[in-house]
Write a protein that binds this ligand. Structure first.
Ligand code: MG
Length: 388
């Protein structure tokens, strides 16, 4: 990778992998990390996991198409093509890479972290996580961020020589966005920054904010298409209003589809631009000589201006009150929690229901791993099975 800034993560100076490996002839360490993530089973499962809207099978549209040879195929669409964890992760990676390249930081590492950040997510989005966390209360709890790390460190079964994907320290550092002090103590070098209030590398900081930018905006998009939030109400948010009025002025007769996309596109662009410029100023002011000085800093250097942060908070609050707390979403979440709790109870009562009949001590963690790995559809099927 050409001309990286001196404070960028450099594949040649990585803190390395847990298990030593030979170098690749053609790819550097972060390219390999990204590729391992893309080839993982957990990554593929993200396709059928909820972002905000649950992918119930009943809400899929099935159509048939006949190819030129006269063979007919089933085409299945999720209703309205809402975001899934997979498309969300890809949008995060797109935003992250743009920012990384503009700041001469490591694009491959940023992409790897973005693609892996939600690997540990349960079915049914945050509702699923909250329910599993409750069921696991007496057994150390459950947190999707820690689970993402657990997947890449030990649960993926890909290599003969070691468990997990054996990713570099920098990718793992980026995946672990937050953790408790107790957990931090059990994580060795990786947990240190949480005990000493230090920062991860700039690529990890980018992935963190790219996640927020991506979900705020695609949730507006999905929320409008689902009919749960509306342009008129969104005008309460300065970020939306500014762009909406600007677009309306130039194109007063735009269809609602094009209007929605044009406004959201501009909102993302405005925030990414602000983020790049503000981060450039922060980096210049701190003048780190390398990634170690970035890590030693008490405050992150990747961030938005104060004005943008305030407008962002307003947008977040709006989504919280009008979308995530919408009666329709709440009803779906309630149902999701019931299913996850019922699954956990059923497997605890009869571990024979687990795929590998695993009854030794610490079985709860295996149950949590199993439930967390499920896609929405699989969890619904399993719930229906234990119910009957
Ligand atoms: Mg995310």
């Amino acid at each position: 990778m050409a001309d990286l800034a001196k404070y960028a993560a450099q594949a040649g100076n990585s803190k390395g992998r847990l298990h030593k490996e030979l170098q690749s002839d053609y790819r550097d360490e972060y390219q390999r990390d990204r590729d391992r993530i893309i080839h993982s089973a957990a990554f593929r499962r993200l396709e059928h996991k909820t972002q905000v809207f649950i992918n119930y099978k009943g809400s899929m549209k099935r159509t048939r198409r006949t190819d030129p040879r006269g063979v007919s195929h089933d085409n299945i669409f999720h209703h309205s093509e809402y975001r899934t964890r997979l498309t969300h992760s890809m949008e995060v990676a797109q935003i992250g890479r743009t920012i990384a390249r503009a700041l001469s930081l490591n694009e491959d590492l940023t992409e790897a972290i973005c693609l892996a950040h939600d690997l540990g997510h349960t079915p049914f989005g945050h509702a699923g996580q909250d329910a599993l966390n409750k069921s696991m209360a007496d057994f150390g709890g459950f947190e999707h961020n820690m689970q993402s790390l657990r997947i890449v460190d030990s649960l993926e079964e890909k290599y003969a020589e070691f468990p997990g994907l054996n990713l570099t320290f920098e990718t793992r550092e980026g995946i672990l966005k937050h953790c408790s002090r107790v957990q931090a103590r059990s994580l060795g070098e990786l947990g240190k920054r949480f005990l000493h209030r230090r920062q991860p590398g700039l690529e990890a900081q980018i992935a963190n904010i790219a996640d927020t930018i991506a979900y705020n905006h695609h949730d507006i998009d999905d929320g409008i298409r689902a009919g749960l939030i509306h342009f008129e109400k969104l005008m309460e948010c300065m970020l939306f209003r500014q762009q909406y009025e600007a677009v309306k002025k130039t194109w007063p007769d735009l269809t609602s589809n094009r209007m929605r996309h044009e406004v959201i596109r501009r909102m993302i662009n405005q925030q990414v631009s602000d983020l790049i410029e503000t981060s450039q100023e922060n980096i210049a002011a701190n003048d780190p000589r390398g990634i170690d000085e970035v890590r030693a800093s008490a405050e992150p250097m990747i961030g938005m201006s104060n004005t943008m942060q305030t407008m962002n908070m307003e947008l977040k609050r709006f989504l919280q009150n009008n979308l995530y707390q919408h009666p329709h979403v709440k009803a779906e979440n309630k149902q999701a929690k019931t299913m996850v709790r019922a699954l956990f109870a059923a497997y605890s009562e009869d571990p024979g229901l687990l795929p590998q009949n695993d009854t030794h001590v610490g079985c709860e963690k295996k149950i949590a791993d199993y439930i967390a790995s499920m896609t929405d559809g699989f969890a619904i099927d399993q719930f229906n099975r234990i119910k009957t």
